[in-house]
Design a protein around this ligand. Structure first.
Ligand SMILES: Nc1ncnc2c1ncn2[C@@H]1O[C@H](COP(=O)(O)O)[C@@H](OP(=O)(O)O)[C@H]1O
Ligand SMILES: [Mg+2]
Length: 272
């Protein structure tokens, strides 16, 4: 069994080092943007963070493979038998990085048997980090202080969090109306990157419906934090998201701050 407790601090350190490298580039105003094969943006900051994280994890756990968004893709044939691996998004929210609104994150997850069992999400601009793991609990670190975080019990208004840059759709309006009808007032907030999942983990939002594409590395680390905080990340059939699929894209998903059964009533609005 992996000693998750022993890994948490060194992984948090690696994420913080990558965040420092990103900030150095951010503060220089160096946002030369290249385009990847899929036309998504990549900057020197993505690349610098990727290099640091891959080197740090290889040093920490030489036997555990690393799959990063910036690894350039790894064939399913080469990774399908991995029981454990690090799944990394060195800079999630590249669009927010380019827009300079601070809502971007460094994401490192350990996946075991398809489940994210440990995660660190670090926010370079604020220095805040969200950490969590199976059997460890979930924590927010801010100004050198670490506190336990938990999803909140539901109360009015219901707080819905949505992407700042992707995913607005008529279906979201239907979903919102359904929730309002059943549960009362709905407040909406927008946020870039994996921070949306962290808002649910720390009890500042109840639901993050993602009815638009993401990849496994966008969610794995924050998914581990949400689980450790008592929440759930499920597909639109209310089953947990799984990792290391042949198709690295996630299905549409829901991040729930309360028991899965409390949210089944939204099925008709979110089903694909
Ligand atoms: N068409 C698409 N296919 C796959 N992933 C997409 C996508 N459009 C957006 N994303 C993912 O959504 C992430 C940003 O989400 P959000 O808008 O909620 O902040 C991006 O992360 P990166 O910034 O790491 O590329 C990207 O991975
Ligand atoms: Mg991403």
């Amino acid at each position: 069994m992996t000693d998750l407790h022993a890994l948490l601090e060194p992984v948090a350190r690696i994420a913080a080092d990558a965040a420092d490298a990103i900030l150095e580039i951010y503060d220089r105003g160096d946002v030369n943007v290249d385009r990847k094969d899929d036309d998504s943006p990549i900057t020197a900051a993505d690349r610098a963070a990727h290099e640091l994280i891959v080197a740090g994890l290889a040093d920490l756990t030489p036997d555990i493979p690393v799959f990063s968004e910036e690894s350039g893709g790894i064939d399913f044939a080469d990774r399908k038998d991995w029981r454990r691996f690090w799944l990394v998004d060195p800079l999630d929210g590249t669009k927010e990085f380019i827009k300079r609104n601070g809502e971007f994150t460094v994401n490192i997850a350990l996946v075991e048997d398809g489940r994210p069992v440990l995660g660190v999400v670090h926010v370079p601009v604020t220095g805040v980090a969200y950490l969590g793991g199976e059997g460890l609990g979930a924590f927010k670190q801010e100004n050198g202080e670490r506190v336990s975080i938990h999803c909140r019990a539901r109360h009015e208004p219901v707080i819905l969090v949505a992407s700042r840059s992707h995913g607005g759709s008529p279906r979201m309006d239907v979903l919102e109306a359904l929730i309002a009808q059943r549960l009362g007032t709905v407040d909406k907030t927008s946020m870039g990157s994996s921070l949306k999942l962290c808002l649910v983990a720390e009890g500042k939002a109840d639901l993050y419906p993602r009815l638009a594409p993401t990849s496994e590395w966008d969610t794995a680390a924050a998914h581990a934090v949400v689980n450790a905080a008592g929440g759930h990340v499920v597909n639109t059939d209310f089953e947990p998201l799984v990792y290391n699929k042949e198709d690295i894209l996630n299905p549409h998903f829901l991040v729930l701050g309360q028991p899965v059964d409390d949210w089944r009533f939204i099925h008709s609005a979110v089903a694909e």
